[in-house]
Design a protein around this ligand. Sequence first.
Ligand code: HEC
Ligand code: HEC
Length: 360
Amino acid sequence: MGSLSFSGPVLNLKQMKYLFWVLLLVCLVSCNNEEYLPLENTLLTVEVPENFPDLVYDIEANPPTQLGFELGKKLFYDGKLSSNGFISCGFCHEQNFAFTHHGHQFSHGVDDLEGTRNTPTISNMAFFNEFAWDGATSHLDLFPIIPITNEVEMGETMTGVINKLIADSEYQQQFENAFEEGGVNAENFLKALSQFMVMMISSNSKYDKFVRNEEGGELTEVEAYGLTVFQQKCATCHATDLFTDGSFRNNGLPPNPQLNDVGRAEVSGSVNDNYKFKVPSLRNVALTAPYMHDGRFGSLESVLNFYTNGVVDSETLDDSLRKDDGLGIALSDREKEGLLAFFELLTDETFINDERFSEY
Ligand code: HEC
Ligand code: HEC
């Protein structure tokens, strides 16, 4: 073993002076730089669960970053986005209830005005290309403009919101840190909100564990039976592991005469689309009462009774609900019991308790 010894040349005075100045310069440059360097930002990975279809959202065009996500989350929970300063996105989209408005048939927003539609869940938005019950928007980035400018929801204007954010120095800094071209403007504002929503993936229910053969995914007899019934009788429309094929259909609800909501026809202008609504995802459905576009059913039992006894005929009723032996879907008591057990399988406790998405 060699002993420790230092045999390099010793610096003379001139070299030491030189070294001193070099070190001082390095120090000055780096110390000085620190103030100007933007905060360290990191790209977030959007992990597509193995049992999910492909992503629809264009991640390349707006790659989620840690600071963009945090900014989006702050915006999501900020009442500033509304005219009265109190109604945030999170006011109607509550995490405990898979980001729906708990206990509200219709959501009320500024001035306690009521809307006409029930608040859908926000989860797995990156896998969809049409949003709202009638598909009013086909890009997630553009969606927030609807609630912000809707007079019964947030009652603001985009200019109004952006001006409030410009006046806030903390927001200015956060925009600058989150984006390369970091101005406080509508584009970055919408991108930040999307980054937050794109990360909100719900894929850890017992059902997912079962499908992916993971621990905790063993089904009881009634759950397994419910899954089979669901696959036979419901999965044509509530398809894939998102539990929707993303189409607009009339499932035979009797139209509500007070609201006269024609659904998809409002967007397309075509009578062939009358009373068609987006097939909703059933993820976390046991948490998201009340049900249907107008929240008319308070329980899943009522939904099942509707499918067996309540379907009404009309020109746009989906063909699959019109059978030789009658309208709707026949379900025995045992099948209903199975389906109710199946619904519970879709509850994702990890998602509703995920601190990344929590207000506090
Ligand atoms: C006053 C309650 C309310 C507020 C506030 C609100 N929403 Fe919504 N949200 C709704 C309702 C109701 C719908 C369904 C709208 C429709 O179908 O016409 C909806 C639909 C959505 C959807 C579409 C979901 C889907 O599956 O198609 C997204 C995304 C969304 N909201 C995000 C937001 C964001 C972001 C904000 C804040 C900028 C926000 N919401 C504020 C009630 C609200
Ligand atoms: C023909 C397509 C179709 C079939 C088949 C179908 N559904 Fe639906 N389902 C829809 C549509 C469309 C809606 C939304 C209708 C609306 O709100 O106007 C819906 C809504 C629901 C809702 C309410 C979800 C929410 O968030 O409000 C539940 C629960 C549901 N369906 C369960 C089932 C079950 C269980 C079956 C099988 C017994 C089934 N569906 C069969 C198309 C279908």
